[in-house]
Write a protein that binds this ligand. Structure first.
Ligand SMILES: Cc1cc2nc3c(=O)[nH]c(=O)nc-3n(C[C@H](O)[C@H](O)[C@H](O)COP(=O)(O)O)c2cc1C
Length: 176
């Protein structure tokens, strides 16, 4: 059982989340390969997929969008989990409620021909240098907070839940 943990990132926080998910799964005994999605050409060697992308304008980045639309991903009914990395942690007050609506918007844009086991929205990292002038102005008007908003315990728990779902070799009997 080999799992692909694939990601698309603009500024690196999604890559770090993917690496954390992969290492957590390996600790649980699952063989996990962590790769940028634009480097994955052949999906035939994987038994399950955890696919994540940074969110820009309520959409996934192109390499991740293209990946989940691949016909060979849909074939074979292998389990697929999705994670989006956005900025719920940066928002405050009434703006936070906008995030409840983000996953359906992302999914309708993906229009992927796959059955998804679960799709989670995690908070990532947002710095002033990631945004253009208009973006920074809008960010300030909305009272958003820059910073690293990743919730590692939440990410670990999710990775553990996926690992527990997948068949993996149990440790052999103890020997003297
Ligand atoms: C240009 C731009 C647009 C963004 N649009 C959204 C968005 O629509 N929704 C959201 O939740 N987060 C949005 N974000 C926040 C990013 O998704 C977040 O910073 C994430 O951690 C980026 O991941 P990365 O470091 O892997 O690129 C945006 C960030 C940038 C730079």
């Amino acid at each position: 059982m080999t799992v692909l943990v694939g990601y698309a990132t603009a500024h690196g926080s999604t890559r770090e989340i993917a690496r954390r998910i992969g290492s957590r799964m390996r600790t649980a005994g699952v063989e996990a390969e962590v790769l940028p999605l634009d480097a994955v050409h052949d999906v035939s060697g994987y038994d399950a997929f955890v696919v994540g992308s940074a969110v820009h304008g309520q959409k996934w980045l192109a390499p991740a969008r293209d990946f989940v639309r691949r016909p060979d991903l849909a074939a074979g009914s292998r389990p697929v989990w999705l994670f989006s990395v956005g900025m719920p942690g940066a928002l405050r007050g009434p703006w936070k409620r906008l995030m409840d609506k983000e996953l359906p918007v992302i999914e309708s844009d993906l229009a992927a021909p796959i059955t998804v086991r679960a799709h989670r929205l995690f908070s990532g990292v947002i710095r002033p240098g990631h945004l253009n002038r208009t973006g920074r102005l809008r960010f300030r008007l909305m009272g958003c907070r820059y910073g690293d908003h990743r919730d590692w315990p939440e990410i670990d728990t999710w990775a553990d839940q996926i690992a527990a779902f997948l068949p993996h070799p149990s440790p052999g009997p103890l020997r003297d």
